[in-house]
Design a protein around this ligand. Structure first.
Ligand SMILES: [Zn+2]
Ligand SMILES: [Zn+2]
Length: 184
């Protein structure tokens, strides 16, 4: 339960002025809002100020305003296998009842501030739950070589390393040093 005054100019603060309080009254809107800051988990997130396209339905009920919505959210991050930058999009659904009065609301419930409600915390929660834990640039991304770190998609399928015994590796190093000396 939050009791702080909302800034009516903040992009995610929605006015219920046109809705009124008569139960059954309903309003739909499709705003495009700038993504809030710091909305990321691990290697992927929503770029700050990116356009979030929403479809929102406000419905007056006895205790408050029921908000039901869908958001199309652009994402940017890194592939967890090959570390290439990637962009994608997710769609999230959310629903929240904003109470008129703290007396009706539970500890975790949200309250209206006069005619205003803050959609940001509800949107944040929905996005954080929907973000991919292990983002990949493609389902078949082969990732990086565990031996040398080269990108396997570029190195080709036959990229592999000869397994050389450590003692032979030292000898081979000596041979190559010798060759350099003779050439130089
Ligand atoms: Zn990748
Ligand atoms: Zn390699």
């Amino acid at each position: 339960m939050t009791l702080h005054s909302l800034d009516p100019r903040a992009p995610w603060v929605i006015s219920t002025h046109d809705l009124g309080r008569r139960p059954g009254s309903m309003r739909r809107s499709s705003p495009v809002l700038p993504a809030p800051v710091d909305l990321a988990v691990g290697m992927i997130g929503v770029p700050k100020d990116a356009d979030v396209e929403l479809d929102i339905r406000l419905e007056a009920v006895m205790e408050g305003v029921l908000v039901t919505g869908t958001a199309r959210v652009p994402l940017a991050g890194e592939c967890s296998r090959c570390l290439d930058p990637l962009t994608s999009e997710i769609e999230v659904d959310f629903q929240e009842l904003y109470f008129y009065s703290a007396e009706d609301a539970g500890e975790d419930d949200l309250l209206l501030d006069g005619e205003l409600l803050d959609l940001e915390p509800v949107f944040r929660d929905a996005v954080v739950l929907a973000l991919p834990l292990i983002p990949v640039c493609g389902e078949d991304c082969p990732g990086l070589c565990a031996e040398c770190g080269v990108k396997l998609a570029e190195a080709g399928e036959d990229h592999r390393h000869e397994k050389i015994d450590a003692r032979w590796a030292t000898l081979q190093g000596l041979v190559e040093d010798n060759k350099d000396d003779q050439e130089g």
